[in-house]
Unconditional design. Structure first.
Length: 155
């Protein structure tokens, strides 16, 4: 019984994430990302808070390309565009074809792609970040989820 309580406490302490301000993922139905699906995430930050923003991406080995192109748009609570940028990352090694990222579920891999580092939100409030897949196909097979992680920037 003592061991069970001890292990439970250890697991609880390890699961705490002091840096995280916000984290949420959007799961795609059918194991694909349609071009007209534009997942949007709304989060709140405190005044003069400096943050790192990441794109969480989950894909399977069914993904047919070696890399992915995604556009993100960051807006403030008035709808004013603060940042818009296209990012790309490799999901599979160019030469070997081996999946990149961490795996815990067999053929499924997770990646965290840095969008903005040390970005300072000058006003407290609610912000929105939207993702668009920017590939040459309307149906992007093998993409299971996309998400946003916002964390406090450490010095």
């Amino acid at each position: 019984m003592r061991i069970l309580v001890f292990l439970s406490i250890i697991m609880l302490l390890n699961s705490c994430d002091d840096c995280r301000v916000y984290e949420k993922n959007y799961d795609f139905t059918g194991r694909h990302w349609l071009a007209n699906e534009k997942p949007s995430f709304e989060f709140t930050v405190a005044q003069d808070q400096s943050c790192n923003l990441y794109c969480n991406l989950r894909n399977s080995v069914d993904y047919p390309y070696s890399r992915i192109f995604i556009t993100y748009t960051l807006k403030d609570q008035a709808g004013l565009q603060l940042k818009k940028e296209m990012i790309h990352t490799f999901l599979f090694d160019e030469k070997t074809g081996k999946p990149i990222g961490s795996s815990g579920l067999g053929d499924i891999y997770d990646q965290q792609i840095l969008l903005l580092q040390g970005f300072t939100f000058k006003q407290p409030g609610t912000y929105t970040l939207q993702f668009d897949q920017f590939m040459r196909t309307d149906t992007l097979q093998g993409v299971l989820a996309v998400g946003l992680r916002v964390e406090k920037a450490t010095k």
